[in-house]
Design a protein around this ligand. Structure first.
Ligand SMILES: [Zn+2]
Ligand SMILES: [Zn+2]
Length: 475
């Protein structure tokens, strides 16, 4: 949206607050190769943002005009020759990671759509990645890993020392993003995030062959040999986000839990709700993903909101399924997807940034004094919020925030090691980094039964047993 881009210029004019302990806006080493690129001159492939609804993998060579399978020209003349330098250590606690696995997240689609503020052309995307430690800055030495070790990165960049980090509330770290607009809009800042706009610090992301990890001694977790990349990767975000949604919203034994959104986070939230003792889990969405979830968890109940009867709503359906409504409702969809025309146009016209439709549905569906958690990404303001229902029925509406990865990842790694949780239940495809731009659009359109991908690079290990084989789209 236009307002999103305008924010970039406002921020630039207003300047950063100057309170971050990290350099900001190194969203591609090419921005200043003298300072940020590896002195060897080595290059790498990376996926960069090229403008609203355009992302592409930047190769070392010009790829000819790409044709889609249906014969339609997708990128057309927008394919550009850009070489991406390999990053170097810029600050003393940096670690350079050679990426062996990355993925696309539902929240990357908000960047693709231009729904997130302060993107710049050429920004390297991706906030979930694992890899091998390539080099370690002088002040990140002697920690729990050494050069050559396999590690997974936290999607958020934490300092490890501020008041929030000391409590393991790492997503609220105050020292890694320096964004004036965020402080004005939110009354405070959240931590820097890899590959997620200049709104969160402008850090180059992990949909690349190499990544610079600031405060690498804090933001990397060593992966044991018995956890392959295809499982360990998802500790970056989705496992911690789903776990946090369940704990933070307050799912307890015997609860009936309703979840809006059947994507990867919704799926793992359903998985973890059962894990925490929920008696019933009901997932609301509209496409094949509901069947996919049922195939993995036969005891899940589903509502396809496009197939409701005349005069029926998600709330009335839930009230017929559950006496008085679910105890806990969790939003795993995001605020940019309007269901009706009113919000569609209001967002289009810049009158709001997010729709309140799902939040209202949760509030009216939930049992009195029940809890509703918001885990999907919401950016700013919304209209027509049903504050009356919230107040009168005593609904506890909880912003779950970006999940504090550092609080949970040791515990979740242990559960993965012990086989208590299995991230592979959501992984449907293994794809090539070179084809990631295509994958973005397929994922966006929910095509090919794509639930969660594992993206391999030229440095990836051989696929672990039981994981999907490579699917290629550009033949
Ligand atoms: Zn993510
Ligand atoms: Zn901190």
């Amino acid at each position: 949206m236009a307002t999103a881009q305008a924010a970039t210029y406002v921020e630039r004019a207003a300047g950063h607050e100057g309170t971050s302990t990290l350099q900001q806006d190194i969203s591609n080493p090419a921005k200043d190769a003298q300072k940020y690129a590896d002195p060897s001159g080595a290059k790498m492939k990376a996926l960069v943002w090229m403008g609203k609804n355009k992302v592409e993998v930047v190769p070392l060579f010009k790829r000819s005009c790409i044709q889609r399978e249906n014969g339609k020209d997708r990128l057309g003349s927008d394919v550009t020759i850009v070489e991406c330098p390999k990053p170097r250590i810029v600050e003393d606690r940096d670690v350079i990671v050679k990426v062996t696995g990355t993925t696309v997240c539902g929240s990357d689609l908000h960047l693709l759509h231009g729904a997130i503020q302060q993107m710049e052309k050429g920004d390297i995307l991706g906030h979930e990645f694992c890899g091998v430690v390539e080099s370690i800055g002088p002040k990140a030495m002697g920690k729990s890993f050494k050069v050559g070790d396999r590690v997974v990165a936290s999607f958020q960049i934490a300092c490890g020392e501020c008041v929030y980090c000391k409590d393991k509330l790492s997503s609220q770290c105050e020292r890694t993003s320096d964004n004036t607009i965020q402080t004005t809009m939110y009354g405070g800042r959240v931590a820097g995030i890899f590959g997620y706009s200049h709104f969160t610090g402008g850090f180059a992301g992990g949909q690349a062959e190499y990544v610079r990890v600031p405060y690498g001694d804090v933001n990397l977790l060593k992966l044991p040999d018995n956890v392959p990349d295809e499982k360990g990767l998802y500790l970056s975000d989705v496992l911690c986000t789903a776990w946090h949604a369940v704990l933070d919203t307050g799912v307890h034994k015997g609860h009936v839990v309703a979840i809006w959104g059947a994507g990867p986070v919704g799926q793992m939230t359903a998985d973890f709700a059962f894990h925490c003792g929920a008696s019933r889990v009901i997932v609301i969405d509209k496409n094949w993903r509901l069947d996919f979830l049922k195939s993995k968890y036969p005891n899940i109940e589903t509502i396809d909101y496009t197939k409701l009867g005349k005069g029926e709503s998600v709330t009335t359906r839930l009230h017929t399924m559950v006496h008085k409504g679910p105890d806990v409702c969790i939003e795993c969809a995001a605020g940019e997807y309007a269901k009706g025309w009113a919000h569609y146009f209001e967002m289009l016209l810049g009158m709001e940034t997010d729709t309140s439709e799902i939040i209202n549905e949760m509030i009216t569906s939930c049992k009195g004094f029940g809890s509703c958690g918001v885990t999907g990404v919401y950016v700013g303001y919304t209209n027509h919020f049903n504050i009356g229902a919230l107040m009168e029925r005593g609904i506890r509406l909880i912003g779950n925030g970006q999940a504090p990865v550092h609080k949970y990842w040791h515990k979740l790694l242990k559960k993965v090691e012990d086989g208590e949780i299995d991230p592979l239940k959501m992984v449907t495809h293994r794809v090539l980094l070179e084809e990631l731009d295509e994958v973005y659009h397929k994922f966006d359109k929910r095509e090919d039964g794509m639930q969660k991908v594992f993206v391999q690079t030229q440095y990836s290990f051989a696929p672990a047993p039981g994981t999907p084989a490579v699917t290629q789209f550009k033949l």
